[in-house]
Design a protein around this ligand. Structure first.
Ligand code: FE2
Ligand code: FE2
Ligand code: FE2
Length: 411
């Protein structure tokens, strides 16, 4: 089975997910990519290098797992460990990936200073730093210096002066010269400030069109994103992977084809992608949530859907993954769909999510015995919430389920 997807759409979607995770960062990575593209044109980079630069820019902070406020603070204190940690985490996440390992070293060095200062143990100096990393380092600093609440033409000089002041220390002096040339173009600053310029930008970098991805490629991408979602959830740690295991198990028991089973695994891995929009403080709160905190949590399947459905070719996965809090009686959230709209794939992920949540140790509920889990889920099926046939299927083979529970609850 193959997917024909536009890689820009794929990265755009996932960089949007990252933006959500940073809690209010306004399109940081999109803007860094846009600035980097201007630099690439001025440097006359060849098409392939420009593409790698833009793709890296779109996900360069993939290793960040702190709030954007903290992230921003760490960036303003040149040379502190935090700043390097997220670059290293990003490298570790992608270095084994067939699709992205080419970009991993660029991410690793995107905060290395030109003169070698700083505490990054693996840092490089001067021209040993990959050019793509040097451009992102500069573009990142430009983006962070732009203030959204101020007219762009009254502040751009300050941004240029800030960059010039660090030429030869943090930034490659040759790139600073190139940036000075770029900075004379009013359109450059207007593109940064104009919230509607991004669609044009993404259209302009989509010229290479769609590529073919294998189902294993998509699984690998889903796995990376599940790891990012799960690391924000210290209580369960591996929730997305467990939901994927259970979804796969139920799909197989239901007689799905091998390709469909893998699609369900992918949907399980991605179901909580929108949780990146929920701050760590709320996700890890040990006490009961307030009403407004609960509303914030309830946004997550909406964002899972928004991100995935925008990637043409992933629409089925979007529905299977994002409808996991919908119920057959139409009382679920956020779309209030009913039995007619909820396909088997969506119903499987919903059942897998509930089962996983009940068998995981969480601070706000006691450990349930297996009999209790079955009782709770049968009750939900009887009240018209979840698919009865799937709940029965889940509990049909006690021995297999035992093995699965052990695996999924990490016992
Ligand atoms: Fe960064
Ligand atoms: Fe969820
Ligand atoms: Fe979940």
């Amino acid at each position: 089975m193959f997917f024909v997807l536009n890689p820009v759409e794929l990265l755009q979607g996932f960089s949007a997910a990252l933006e959500l995770s940073l809690g209010g960062v306004q399109k940081h990575q999109w803007r860094v990519a846009l600035i980097a593209a201007y630099m690439a044109d001025e440097l006359a980079l060849d098409a392939e290098e420009k593409q790698d630069l833009i793709y890296t820019a779109l996900i360069h902070d993939i290793g960040t797992n702190v709030s954007w406020k903290e992230h921003l603070l760490s960036l303003h204190q040149q040379g502190n460990d935090r700043m390097y940690q997220h670059a290293e985490h990003g490298y570790q996440l992608l270095k084994e990936s067939r699709l992205f390992k080419r970009l991993a070293p660029y991410i690793r060095h995107h905060h290395d200073a030109w003169n070698g200062m700083g505490s990054n143990p693996v840092r490089l100096t001067g021209e040993a730093i990959p050019l793509i990393s040097r451009i992102i380092c500069l573009a990142d600093a430009i983006e962070i210096s732009v203030r959204d609440n101020e007219f762009i033409f009254t502040q751009y000089k300050q941004v240029v002066e800030y960059i010039q002041a660090h030429s030869g220390t943090i930034f490659d002096p040759q790139l600073v010269n190139i940036f000075e040339r770029v900075s004379r173009k009013e359109a450059f600053w207007l593109d940064i400030a104009n919230p509607f310029s991004f669609q044009n930008f993404f259209d302009s970098i989509s010229i290479y069109g769609k590529s073919q991805y294998s189902i294993e490629d998509i699984m690998e991408i889903a796995d990376i994103w599940a790891t990012i979602v799960d690391r924000n959830d210290p209580f369960t740690g591996k929730h997305s992977h467990r939901v994927a295991d259970v979804s796969e198990y139920v799909a197989r028991a239901k007689g799905f084809s091998e390709d469909e089973v893998i699609l369900l695994r992918i949907s399980g891995l991605l179901h909580d992608l929108g949780k990146l929009a929920v701050s760590n403080e709320i996700l890890t709160k040990p006490d009961k949530l307030t009403k407004s905190e609960f509303f914030i949590i309830k946004q997550h399947p909406y964002y899972t859907y928004q991100i995935l459905q925008a990637i043409e070719g992933l629409q089925i996965i979007a529905k299977w993954a994002a409808y996991h809090h919908e119920t057959l009686d139409g009382e679920g959230y956020p779309f209030h769909l009913g039995a007619r709209e909820l396909s088997l794939g969506s119903r499987i992920v919903a059942v897998a999510d509930i089962f996983t949540a009940l068998t995981e140790r969480r601070p706000y509920h006691a450990d349930f015995s297996w009999g209790e889990v079955r009782h709770i889920m049968t009750g939900m099926a009887e009240r018209g919430k979840i698919d009865k046939s799937l709940v029965e299927l889940l509990f049909v083979n006690e021995q297999e389920l035992n093995t699965l529970v052990k695996k999924t609850s990490g016992q």
